[in-house]
Design a protein around this ligand. Structure first.
Ligand code: PLP
Length: 383
């Protein structure tokens, strides 16, 4: 007998129950508490200048929706203006605006690498990169995290076995769950040595690192073999992603990239917001400095409490290990008014459930001190 729709529903229930049994059941919660979770690193998401830019554009008649694909009526002057400014700001030949970082990663990895190519991914890259690699045409492999020697070995091995296509090395400049930095200089050198492309996702570095927030790839821009993803939903306080690339690759994406061609273009208002964020980066460099100070302060405060974070960035992982304990600790901090979230596998490796403490200009030093006091209070069993 064929299964009824209800039988099929029951398998969903079983799957949800299995997640619950494993302390991995997710649910949506309203925003509450002091922000130690968002990626709004420079507090631009509700900055008055951003609001003003968007309302001025609305007043001036900028449409809310783009009305179609970029290749049809959806190509607005706001998109073109943003892309021209982004290319100039990031020091790249061209930029292309996508609706989100997730889409940008999937889009470029399913469009540029071809069937005979090899993708060499760092094992800790974002889900969207894994997704793009799986959905794309090229062979792919995962490498030990932040190990340039292993990248080189992989390429040599593949070439030795007759691999003839291009190699694409894919990394993040700052890793989203561990907050550590990629060995970019070595990766650039390997890409050059083996005639490979280097794809760097700067999601957590754009706006935060590099001169005026141009990211950690800024010193390597204008290379023919570098493609960078600058997401706009984190330090830039908006939504979207700017992919910077040599012109020929941009033109190829415009012609062949299905998520670009067959999707309604992002709202032109979002393009206005992102362009305003790029101006703010240049005109208010103190934001970058204030965040750097807060990051240094937090790492010092951790050390004072006898704890050392494995990262030196604005992403501070506090490794708990056990899923249930990590979630219970996050809940205890939330109950005390701090919006700290637990992260369980699969976004992080099994056995490394953690608090992912995110530092933004939405908080000050007093908030950090109070949150750390609460954290150490909870973990030392005093509360
Ligand atoms: N890349 C990295 C490294 C990320 O951490 C994220 C989101 O968290 C993305 C890409 C996806 O970007 P977006 O949120 O703009 O879709």
């Amino acid at each position: 007998m064929n299964p009824t729709p209800l039988d099929k529903t029951i398998s969903y229930i079983a799957a949800l129950q299995a997640l619950k049994d494993d302390d991995r059941l997710r649910g949506l919660k309203p925003r509450a508490g002091i922000d130690f979770v968002s990626n709004d690193y420079l507090a631009l998401a509700s900055a008055p200048r951003m609001r003003k830019a968007v309302s001025a554009a609305l007043e001036a008649g900028t449409p809310i929706g783009s009305g179609g694909s970029r290749l049809l009526r959806g190509n607005c002057e706001e998109h073109e203006s943003l892309e021209a400014e982004a290319a100039r700001f990031f020091g790249a030949e061209t930029a292309l605006f996508f609706g989100s970082g997730y889409v940008a990663n999937v889009a470029l990895l399913t469009t540029l690498p071809q069937r005979s190519d090899l993708l060499v991914l760092d094992s800790l890259v974002h889900a969207s990169i894994h997704e793009g690699a799986r959905a794309g045409r090229a062979a792919f492999c995962e490498n030990v995290h932040n190990d340039p020697r292993a990248v080189e070995d992989r390429i040599r091995d593949w070439r030795g076995k007759g691999g003839m296509g291009r190699v694409w090395i894919v990394a993040e400049s700052v890793y989203s769950m561990d907050g550590d930095f990629a060995p970019l200089e070595e990766l650039v050198a390997i890409a050059d040595r083996y005639d490979a492309f280097l794809v760097v996702d700067e999601a957590h570095a754009t706006g935060v690192y590099g001169e005026q927030g141009r990211g950690l790839t800024a010193p390597y821009q204008w290379r023919e073999n570098l493609i960078v993803i600058h997401t706009c939903g984190k330090a830039l306080g908006a939504v979207g992603a700017l992919v910077t690339a040599p012109r020929v690759l941009r033109d190829f994406m415009v012609n062949r990239c299905r998520p670009f061609i067959f999707a309604t273009a992002p709202s032109p208002l979002m393009a206005v917001a992102v362009q305003e964020a790029l101006s703010i980066l240049q005109q208010e460099p103190d934001r970058q400095q204030r965040l750097a100070n807060l990051v240094a302060f937090t790492h010092r405060e951790l050390a004072v409490r006898g704890a050392r974070s494995p990262s030196h960035s604005q992403i501070v992982p506090y490794i708990v290990g056990d899923n249930a304990r990590a979630m219970a600790l996050a809940s205890a901090l939330q109950a005390r008014g701090f919006d700290v979230r637990g992260i369980r596998p699969p976004p992080v490796p099994a056995g490394t459930a953690r608090l992912r403490i995110s530092l933004t200009l939405n908080v000050g030093e007093d908030d950090v001190r109070a949150m750390l006091d609460a954290l150490f209070d909870e973990t030392s069993g005093k509360s």
